[in-house]
Design a protein around this ligand. Structure first.
Ligand SMILES: [Zn+2]
Length: 194
């Protein structure tokens, strides 16, 4: 059973890395997130195997309009293929959500320990993406927060059409604003997909 539980505020994990405060503007359209009822935060990490720490690669906050617009860029063909990948992993997600809600484990650690779709342990991922929804200043426990393993990102990437990949590249360029090359990153903006 999926419930909805509001965290009191936003866990610092989802704060902006540089400022150590919550995001204030949508990364895409720069609208104020303080005024937006709902927005999504996504962070992508790489595991530094030598130092045994996760390093943030990029992060962004996106308002619902921009998330919707990103979703619209996905071609019909890709959308169907993505749905198929999600459906193939839906049982795992449902089981996980069922367990977390029924035991009321409303803490980030429990939600972010393993990939929401494959169950792969995050400490074993080279790369992973974490996202959450914020509603009126509070993080929402419902379908998410979600964590996507490199394994699942690769599955998604594998089925996207060239057209959709180009659309994602545009979003990526906007997020990075021409800053350091992140070509080696598996980029799949989950908020646009889900
Ligand atoms: Zn926006």
């Amino acid at each position: 059973m999926i419930r909805k539980f509001l965290f009191d505020g936003i866990p610092s994990f989802f704060y902006q890395y540089d400022t150590e405060t919550p995001f204030v503007r949508c990364t895409m359209c720069e609208t104020s997130l303080v005024l937006a009822n709902t927005y999504i935060v996504e962070k992508v990490f790489k595991q530094n195997k030598y130092l045994k720490v996760s390093e943030i690669v990029y992060e962004y906050a996106i308002c619902l309009e921009c998330a919707g617009a990103a979703g619209d860029e996905i071609s019909q063909e890709s959308r169907q293929a993505i749905t198929n990948v999600f459906n193939a992993h839906r049982d795992h997600l449902t089981m996980k959500l069922d367990y977390l809600h029924s035991t009321e484990k409303y803490n980030l650690e429990s939600w972010l320990e393993r990939c929401s779709f494959t169950g792969k342990e995050i400490r074993l991922c080279n790369e992973y993406a974490v996202s959450c929804i914020v509603e009126n200043g509070n993080m929402v426990f419902e379908q998410g927060p979600m964590v996507v393993s490199d394994e699942f990102m690769e599955k998604l990437q594998g089925v996207l059409s060239a057209e959709t990949k180009r659309a994602f590249d545009k979003i990526r360029d906007k997020v990075f604003d021409g800053s350091p090359s992140i070509e080696d990153i598996i980029f799949s903006p989950t908020p646009g997909l889900i």
